[in-house]
Design a protein around this ligand. Structure first.
Ligand code: HEM
Length: 223
C-alpha cells in the first residue's frame, strides 16, 4: 500500500519520452548507413538533428506555461529530461557540422562562426545551453542554492531565442516553418511573463516559482 502511494504517477512518461525522442536519431543513423538520407546526407542529418534540438528545447520551455495555464504538474517532471535531450541533439548537430561538414577543420569552423551570422547565433544558443546541462542535477541545485540555480536556468530563454533566430536566418526563402517556432516561443514567453507578474502581485514581490523542493528533487531543471 505504502509503496503504491510512493510510486510515481505516469511511470511510463519519462521512458516513453526518452524512447520517442531518441527514435529520430536512430532513424537518421539507419538511413545514413543504408544511403537513404538523400542527395546531401550531411546537410539532411544536420537539419534533422538541429530541428529535433529546437523542438525539444521549445517543449522543455512549454512545461511551466502548461502548468500555469492548465494546472498540469506532469510536464514539470519531464522538463529536465526534455532539456537534456535538446542538449544531446544540439551536441550531435554540432558534431555533424564540425566533424562531417567541416572535416574537423577548427579554423574553418571558427571562420564560419565569426563570419556567418546564422552560425554565430546557433553557436551562441549552444554555448548558453552548456551551463543548463551541467547544472541539471538535484546535486547542482543543492550546491548552488535555489536562487542562483534558477538565475542560471533563466539562460534557457535567450538560448531558445538564439536557436529560433538561427533557424530564421538559416532559411532563405520560405520562412513559414521557422516563424511557427518563433510564434510558439513568443506565446510561451508571454505566458511566462504574465504568470510571474501575477505571482509577484499575489505574493507582494516574492514568489520563488516552482520552489526549492521541486528543484532539489531533480524535476525542475529549467526555470
Ligand atoms: C555551434 C552551434 C551550431 C552550429 C555550428 C549550427 C550549424 C547549422 C548548420 C550548418 C545548419 C544547416 C544549414 C544548411 O544546411 O543550410 C543548421 C541548421 C539548423 N540548426 Fe543549427 N547550428 C548550431 C546550433 C544549433 C542549436 C543549438 C539549435 C537548436 C537548439 C540549432 C537548430 C537548427 C535548426 C532548427 C536548423 C534548420 C533545420 C531545418 O532546416 O530543418 N542549431 N545549423
Amino acid at each position: 500500500m505504502a509503496s503504491a502511494r510512493r510510486r510515481s504517477p505516469l511511470p511510463w512518461l519519462g521512458p516513453g519520452i526518452l524512447v520517442g525522442a531518441l527514435a529520430p536519431a536512430a532513424a537518421i543513423l539507419l538511413r545514413a548507413r543504408s544511403g537513404a538520407l538523400g542527395a546531401n546526407p550531411i546537410a539532411e542529418a544536420l537539419n534533422e538533428l538541429g530541428l529535433m534540438a529546437l523542438v525539444l528545447l521549445v517543449a522543455s520551455l512549454a512545461c511551466s506555461p502548461l502548468r500555469a495555464l492548465f494546472g498540469w504538474t506532469w510536464p514539470i517532471r519531464v522538463r529536465r529530461l526534455l532539456g537534456l535531450l535538446a542538449f544531446a541533439y544540439a551536441t550531435l548537430h554540432l558534431a555533424v557540422y564540425a566533424g562531417l561538414d567541416q572535416g574537423l577543420d577548427l579554423g574553418a569552423v571558427l571562420a564560419d562562426v565569426t563570419r556567418r551570422r546564422f552560425i554565430f547565433v546557433g553557436f551562441t544558443a549552444f554555448v548558453l545551453m552548456i551551463p543548463l546541462a551541467l547544472t541539471s542535477t538535484a546535486a547542482a541545485v543543492r550546491r548552488m542554492g535555489y536562487v542562483k540555480w534558477k538565475r542560471v536556468h533563466a539562460l534557457v530563454y535567450p538560448a531558445a531565442v538564439c536557436a529560433v533566430v538561427h533557424f530564421v536566418w538559416r532559411v532563405k526563402k520560405d520562412l513559414r516553418e521557422p516563424l511557427v517556432y518563433a510564434s510558439i516561443l513568443a506565446a510561451l514567453l508571454l505566458v511566462r511573463v504574465v504568470s510571474v507578474a501575477l505571482r509577484r502581485a499575489r505574493t507582494g514581490g516574492g514568489g520563488a516559482g516552482s520552489g526549492p523542493v521541486a528543484a532539489a528533487s531533480g524535476s525542475n531543471a529549467q526555470a
